[in-house]
Design a protein around this ligand. Structure first.
Ligand code: IP8
Length: 264
């Protein structure tokens, strides 16, 4: 599919990650919807969990290997409810801003085995894109034949779809400028790495710190590692600050902006 682009909206940008009960960041969602208009082709928007996903997941013991399957299963309704609310807010903002879009929820079709995707049909996603709808997919809780239920993160979805579909550009929106030599929340003078390639890949992984807010899906190291798997000559990957207005627009228009690009 020509110029298929995937944009991940980090949960810490589209929700108020430290507020409980979970609250969406309406201003950010509306601005992002306007920026997404800069893209003129098929579009997949992947949502991270933020307050809507991670607080409930944490409360039900996801991310802790000693939690019983019964407790994990009991968390399904609340996590699903919160993620559905978040996805509908984004869907509404996109539709209001002239981007016809539909939500496709992983829970209805994805199966997991010990925290890893065992089945993720993509026919409906392809069909919706061919019908000229932008597809919104959110991080979710899914049934798992070993542990009862598992969290499927937005980054894992992005990596899976990059391998399953012919995605040309993947833009991962976070609340920092990209990947730094050290955790910028700990050291505000940390240096931004503008390009990661085979020469600095290992030292980058050694330096990426864990996310500071509650994050049951592994923080920055796991996310960075997953992205390394998909960056290649046909799939362009960039990690950028989605809280900074205009950077998403610049990336979508192929212009230079502050970010970390992966070149392998
Ligand atoms: O914020 C997590 O997705 P992520 C999704 O991309 C849930 O790690 C439901 C916690």
């Amino acid at each position: 599919m020509k110029s298929l682009t995937l944009v991940k909206l980090g949960g810490s940008v589209i929700t108020q990650k430290k507020l409980s009960p979970p609250t969406v960041n309406e201003m950010a969602i509306n601005r992002i919807a306007k920026e997404l208009r800069a893209h003129k082709g098929p579009l997949i928007v992947v949502l991270g969990g933020g307050a809507h996903g991670h607080q409930a997941a944490h409360a039900y013991g996801f991310g802790d290997s000693s939690t019983s399957p019964e407790k994990l299963l009991a968390g399904i309704p609340l996590i699903r409810h919160n993620m559905t609310l978040l996805s509908l807010e984004v869907e509404q903002a996109l539709n209001v801003n002239g981007i016809p879009s539909v939500v496709i929820s992983p829970f209805s079709s994805v199966s997991m085995h010990h925290g890893v995707i065992s089945s993720f049909p993509t026919d409906i996603i392809k069909g919706a894109l061919e019908a000229h709808c932008a597809v919104i997919i959110h991080g979710d809780v899914c049934l798992d034949d070993v542990q009862g239920a598992s969290i499927l993160s937005g980054d894992t979805i992005s990596v899976y779809l990059a391998k399953a579909l012919d995605i040309q550009r993947i833009f991962i929106g976070t609340d920092v400028d990209g990947i730094f030599e050290e955790d910028p929340r700990v050291n505000p003078n940390a240096t931004l790495i503008s390009v990661i390639d085979s020469s600095n890949k290992d030292s980058v992984l050694a330096g990426t710190g864990a996310s500071t807010a509650i994050d049951v899906t592994g923080g920055m190291v796991q996310k960075t590692q997953e992205l390394f798997e998909i960056a290649n000559q046909t799939t362009h990957v960039a990690i950028f600050n989605l809280t900074a207005p205009g950077r998403l627009t610049a990336l979508l228009k192929g212009k230079s902006t502050t970010c970390t690009r992966m070149n392998f």
